[in-house]
Ligand binder design. Sequence first.
Ligand SMILES: NC(=O)c1ccc[n+]([C@@H]2O[C@H](COP(=O)([O-])OP(=O)(O)OC[C@H]3O[C@@H](n4cnc5c(N)ncnc54)[C@H](O)[C@@H]3O)[C@@H](O)[C@H]2O)c1
Length: 590
Amino acid sequence: MAREFQQVGVVGLGTMGAGIVEVLARNGLTVVAIDKDDAAVSRGRGHIDGSTGRAVERGKLTAEEQADLLGRITFGTDLKALADVDFVIEAVPEQLELKRAIFSELDGICKPEAILASNTSSLSITEIAVATGRPGKVVGMHFFNPAPVMKLVEVVRTVVTEQHVVDDVEAFVQRLGKTDVTIGDRAGFIANALLFGYLNHAVSLYESRYASREDIDAAMKLGCGLPMGPLALCDLIGLDTAYEILDTMYKQGRDRLHAPSPIFKQMIMAGLLGRKSGRGFYTYEAPDSPKVVADALTPSLDAEIQGARTVQQVGVVGSGTMATGIIEVFAKAGYDVTFVARSQAKVEGVLAALTKSLDKAVARGKLAGDKRDAALGRVTGAQTVDALGDVDLVVEAIAEELDVKQAMFGALDEVCRPGAVLATTTSSLPVIAIATATSRPADVIGMHFFNPAAVMRLVEVVTTVSTAPDVEATVLEVCASVGKHAVRCGDRAGFIVNALLFPYLNDAIKMLEAHYATADDIDSAMKVGCGYPMGPFELLDVVGNDVSLAIERELYTEFREPGFAPAPLLEQLVTAGRLGRKTGKGFRDY
Ligand SMILES: NC(=O)c1ccc[n+]([C@@H]2O[C@H](COP(=O)([O-])OP(=O)(O)OC[C@H]3O[C@@H](n4cnc5c(N)ncnc54)[C@H](O)[C@@H]3O)[C@@H](O)[C@H]2O)c1
């Protein structure tokens, strides 16, 4: 039988502590909430009032339930108020000495059987535990932000944690309506160990001006279905907290990719801590407000598309999945589309696939019958690029091989009218190597659509060192007019999405390889803790391990970053033919 806890203490009422108090009180527990001074207490209380108030407004809580919930919480500034609690959760700033001092003090105040838990994201629970006279009763209890919403709690046991304490804490997590994964004491545990390398990488892309904050965030949201972009997430986490977590992870693993990007420190020094201070990577309406307001860095589409060339007729080259989806996008948006496939059979295949897809949209009520007919009427198939002499924009979506694409661009260069924009959908080849196969590299640009193109809203617009500004403006305007969200980036391996996604997937494989956690626990931590639509191993099996390996090799070759070197386990799976869902076996069997 698990122990029933009645009274629980929370120390530190910041971003996490206030949310944890709310979770506890919502579940009927009596909570003693402590912060260091009256100002901090009143801020924490304001946070809880605000959050429960919003729940009342949304009809998720009645006013009476809110009053009961608030009535179960007592606030204070003295740890001595915790003498009678059964359980304490600490959520003070991410500093080891501070946490050790608090645990040592709590050890003297709390009942001997009380369990002491830290919400630390990265610090060693063992080091915190040994600051007390009861290391067997100290655990990590890592909630996710925002605590009332996110379902995951990582329960961290050390080599001295007593088994019945772990059992009691697991039962307690379940009583709170949360999902637990229990793991050993390693910096970052599961979720942060995988999340923070990615966040740091995103911050470095921003810092090096590879892409704008809006574009980095939109790319990961729209390209990977993540609930938030990485920079918005850093703002939510708090830049100071993120810095401390990275720093601890770096000190433990000496992985360069965890060395906090220099801009973190500059922003923290300047008081730009994220949402809690009203400004971080973005500017917020007020401290603690989730509402982003425009600032000097906010982009304007009008300015970006200035000087755009006129596009009425579009050419698409290719007859595969991507080409067919792209033809659909343009035809539905009202452009005349001429596509080029290598044989009459392929031309007919594309038209059949296009008709099928549009019919499906009609059947689902997403497209009117006359719109489908009009879209189909705008599409013409051809077997040679000679048909593209008059088009304003060509989008190439043929085989992902450099010599094949170069030959195609050489041919387009011969037939297309001067001023036509020539775009490639390559996801991995250097756009400049394709551009220089023409006599007009300034007119060549990357338009990286995502699969399925008709559904996915993201397009990475890739400019080379030679791309003319009005060519970029043209493509941005075209993307907007076909309902796509364009993000701008430079011509290097992985662009934004793959460069951020694949090192994270590789890190997950390395964690599995190190036997720190199972594939199920890792997938569950990322889905339940971070709101990802799929766990890394589910995603790897969908993408195909051979494809992932190829992308990781490319990233490694481009950046020579030791941390990007493909995990040996991935290479072995590919060698063994375990490619994922497509072969019926990958990280899992299907
Ligand atoms: N922010 C996140 O997304 C997140 C997620 C999970 C876990 N965590 C962890 O939770 C802990 C708290 O992080 P946060 O983001 O809530 O930080 P925060 O800065 O928002 O809040 C920290 C709170 O602790 C209080 N405090 C400082 N010294 C204290 C003391 N001596 N006694 C009592 N209270 C004191 C501060 O006044 C503040 O209210 C950290 O260990 C962090 O790593 C953070």
